[in-house]
Design a protein around this ligand. Sequence first.
Ligand code: GLN
Length: 547
Amino acid sequence: MSAKYIFVTGGVVSSIGKGITVASIGRILKNRGFNISVIKLDPYLNVDPGTMSPYQHGEVFVTEDGGETDLDLGHYERFIDIELNKKSNVTAGQVYLSLITKERKGDFLGGTIQTIPHVTNEIKQHITDLAESLDVDVMVVEVGGTVGDIEGLPFMEAIRQLRNDIGRENVYFIHLTLLPNLNVANELKTKPTQHSVSELRSIGIQPDALICRSEGEVPEFVIDKLSLFCDVNKQEVIPLADVDNVYRVPMILEGYGLGNSITKSLGLPPGSIASNNSWSSAIDEMDTLEEMVSIALVGKYVEYPDAYMSVKEAMTHAGLRVGRKINVKWVHSEDLERDGAEQHLSDVDGIVVPGGFGKRGVEGMILAAEYARVNNIPYFGLCLGMQVMVIEWCRNVLNLYKADSEEFVPGTPNPVIHVMPDQIDVTNKGGTMRLGQYPCTLDPESKSYGYYSEESVNERHRHRFELNNAYREAMEQSGMCFAGVSPDGTLVEIAESTQHEFMIGVQFHPEFRSRPTEPHPLFVGFLDAVKQTMREGAQYSFNEVET
Ligand code: GLN
């Protein structure tokens, strides 16, 4: 059977949860037994988000095969429990780069290269090739941005054409919009949605379904009005009010019959939704958790928690496994430099230092590692978080006062973290780090092995620097255990203190592999240690930021 396609476009405003909605649609179809995958089309001109600031773009999600992709791919993997790849995220930059490379090679000699058909063909080809190579029943495609964006037009045109190319019965269009509430009149307004649908129609796309985000409940007459004005079946106008727990969205959409509408329209067997149970019972359980642990996330992009999306989600998943709700205390590492660690970390039960790049704020992260080590507070360092844990240890345990990373102090006399040999001659920034999944061999005597219960694991990476082997022996003699190394033993993947309940740093990003129903063993180990070492009567400050 050839693949069916669902295209999801956005209207009215951005940031209304298109990624979560697409991930939820994927979950619904997976629950019904279909083999599915997802593509995110991003209309910006960067080739990938790998070189974009976290402030602009949020987290860069790394796929198994080393793609540096949009954070929405993290939602897709977590909700649908699938592995995506580099091709699952297409940017306009990639499309033009590929086209222009072909043009320079002479592939189009004599021809004029144009948006239609050349750019649109390139986009269509990418989508259908991936669907065929993965042999999916349904490919769900999210079009980034909002209808009306100039840069999004070639993508809109491409999906319009696809409907004709592969037959209307094989394509389903969903448009996600916002119903703003006018406080003065206490009225939900449908006009922006009407305009958005009419904009979509002007480029030849009539949505089959509308999903309408709103703050609260949407009255029946509003649904009727949208159905009439937008020419969409009433049962396919689906209200989606704000939810406390985004993992509930698949059940909400199912509740409104979206799964039935999609399968009916695409001529698919409806499938059984019984397998929904393990997902929904996990989510129900999440909402009943009462006891809380407070975890400081010490980073330099904390004003913008989207930069740490997968870390936050991985903690939520592991929290479910250990029966604790997570209160994330977002701590700016530069604040520790100004005020000292005690002021910001005395009320937390555990400390996470996530990944990052560049010198700013690093000294504050090193103070966080020291505070955790001296006070035996569980510490989990992810990539940069491992590197600062090692720097702190070398400075304060081995008395190498100038210990540093070559990334922050090039030419430091004690480069305990140094540039990886195969990175020395790299000059281009885009897509050139050590990226993607690599194997890691575990020491059966280590704590990490105890959490994983496996001798060899695969984890995803994104870094240029590594632990300098010249300092390994001295560190081991002072109580550091290199619990995980590359199979040839040359690259340290996991460092753990033998003297602490949980002081573990990993050179990889375990957060990318976590799922709500399958938390990552190291995050579970971390939170277990947090539970065990929690300080009696700790006063929590709640500054959770919803993302
Ligand atoms: N900046 C560090 C490196 O390149 C850490 C990277 C990260 O945390 N992802 O090695």
